[in-house]
Ligand binder design. Structure first.
Ligand SMILES: [Zn+2]
Ligand SMILES: [Zn+2]
Length: 269
């Protein structure tokens, strides 16, 4: 595939990647992945800037800052002030991933909700989109939701997709789209308006078929792109064009020139 792709949700700081980030980005570039949004939630407060530091090192990596619902109980008096300050960094293009996770319930639901609401407020204040994580918490999430932003790793029904689109959201489709039992997700992906589609890996999690169960990485997004093209009955080039344009438009990002695809920035390190 020659068209360019964007990974709208990856965790490049994850310890499973260790010191391999240069190699990961090179393998991704080899299959046309040019731009990356790395999520800054890491292990939660008090450390909030891991993605920002990565984005400072690579010209084609952008960052989010945010507290994952899993870590909501780790928030302290300083967390929101620090998030507010970090969210103004020029390479920070969204607040996330934030939301509600009732599958694991790692933080009490009431605390998840309060931390979610406060971060939605910060995103509004700084005028940046949100990246939403919601799991087994659809009704409560929708009740609080305000865009623009992304429902990442979308695994809902076509009806839920339509609600999200009406609320101004984009939907991020990842490896789950390729799983045999994901007919409902594929139906959602087929019916979503073209200008709301995004591709993501959520790596190192949720690798697409044929790598399911293995460590995921940005280069594998080409398999998800192929599936999305198949589901929508269009070419892979068309899916790449559409999703990459959506990515750049939502996050206000430039097109990159060929010689900027990989390699470290010359700037601050
Ligand atoms: Zn998530
Ligand atoms: Zn994630």
């Amino acid at each position: 595939m020659t068209a360019t792709l964007a990974d709208s949700h990856c965790h490049l700081d994850h310890r499973q990647f260790g010191e391999e980030i240069d190699a990961l980005l090179e393998r991704a570039a080899a299959v046309g992945v040019e731009q990356f949004l790395t999520i800054g939630t890491a292990d939660g407060p008090p450390v909030l800037d891991v993605a920002v530091r990565l984005a400072e090192r690579y010209p084609n990596v952008w960052a989010t800052v945010g507290v994952h619902p899993h870590d909501a109980a780790k928030v302290d008096a300083r967390t929101f002030d620090e998030l507010r300050a970090l969210s103004k960094h020029p390479k920070v293009v969204a607040v996330g991933e934030i939301g509600l996770d009732y599958h694991y319930d790692f933080s009490p639901r009431q605390v998840q909700s309060e931390v979610f609401v406060e971060q939605l407020r910060i995103a509004k204040e700084v005028g940046k989109p949100v990246i939403i994580h919601t799991r087994e918490a659809w009704v409560d999430t929708v009740a609080l939701l305000s865009g623009p932003g992304v429902l990442h790793c979308f695994t809902g029904t076509p009806e839920q997709a339509s609600v999200a689109v009406d609320l101004g959201f984009h939907l991020g489709f990842g490896g789950v789209l390729t799983f045999p039992k994901s007919d409902s997700v594929r139906e959602a992906a087929r019916t979503v308006p073209e200008d709301r589609l995004l591709l993501e890996t959520d790596c190192p999690y949720l690798a697409p078929v044929p790598f399911r169960g293995k460590r995921n990485e940005p280069s594998y997004i080409s398999h998800t792109a192929r599936k999305l093209a198949e589901v929508r009955g269009v070419s892979e080039e068309e899916i790449a064009r559409v999703t990459t344009n959506n990515f750049r438009r939502l996050f206000g990002l430039p097109e990159l020139k060929t010689n900027e695809y990989t390699g470290k920035a010359d700037g601050p390190s």
